[in-house]
Design a protein around this ligand. Sequence first.
Ligand SMILES: [Zn+2]
Length: 436
Amino acid sequence: MLWTGGQEIDGGWVLARDGMVAEVGSGPPPKADEVIDAANCVAMPGLVNAHDHMYQWATRGYVPDGTLFEWLRALYPVWARIDADTVRVAARAAAARLLLSGCTLSTDHHYVFPHGKPGIFQALVEAVLELGLRFHPCRGSMSLGESKGGLPPDSVVEEEDPILIHTEAMIARYHDPKPGAMTRVAVAPCSPFSVTPQLMRASAELARKHGVRLHTHVAETIDEEHFCLETFGRRPVDLMEDLGWTGDDVWYAHGIHLSDGEVNLMAATSTGVAHCPSSNMRLGAGVCRVEDLLRAGARVGLGVDGSASNEDANIAMEAHQALLLARAHRASPTALDARTAWRLATKGGADCLGRDDCGTLEEGKCADIACFRVDDLAHVGIKDLLAGLALAPPARAETVVVNGRVVVRDGRLLTGDEDEIAREILATSERLATTD
Ligand SMILES: [Zn+2]
């Protein structure tokens, strides 16, 4: 069955040419140079990951029972030891897991640049592109260290002028504004408790000068709300609005602790929200008001968040978690339905990332496709396939196509050696842990 993001077509097919969808139909398929027979699968638009920190793959399982601030305070000193090679190895692991879960477009929010460790952002971008994932890296930043009243230690924050200069250089080097682009860069100061208001404002100006998008963490925890009220006398969203951080070129991670007025503001300003249910549950952060945001007309996508607060990177799992969490939160089985959960995982994420050429399978869109088996023991015989795929824990994707290129076949990654990636990340994780 083919789900285009709108229609469900039994016996449907997709014809791709030059990385784009040339035609979608049903019945006998047209002739093609390469044919993928996915008769035993549900094929759908490739999943979109709207929030991540790939370097965290090297620091999974730390502070398993801590709040966000406790978890961050314990991890900042470990993260202070990362370098370009750590980030390369971790990004390969995270991107491999994303591809194997059916993700075809991912962002990454990288904000840790320890002093004297060059080439981190380049290592991230090159590692992910090498595996064949469509990629929107965010040049993140932290500038409000402990000595100035922020949460992170001074050892992991940067000076503001070099941040802006490096961000501009990375936009010049990697940002491709054209339709069908494989790489786009966004500007992403980390959070209200790790960045000064001045850097937030300067980052917005820089992004708008270059026509690139803006991303940050907002309203993730009550601790953050207290920090903003005590430090700036403003709630997090009010602060962001003051600093020019609402609009259709902005998307936030989390957006949990929003008032009714703030929910309506997200919709009225077309500011996107990346809902990260696994991370929010792991850290006990709260529950995003997905149903209210959708009813208000806001853009909502899904994110895995960093794997240090998820222990995985699987967007199909986030669709599953979002579906169940919304129902538990509202004590109602109609709070969120499976098709909406899949739309959050596809077009919702593409909307957050500003990709009107991704998120659905239609003529002229990117040929990014995920196929999930439905003839195996876990799924065979399920009456409603799309509902079954969201309600049951997800399996690996069977086939994944990015930009018209097959990158996962028979549930195996074609662009990298999974065992080698696992060996490398084990060595890297142990190295970071043993110097703890
Ligand atoms: Zn995050």
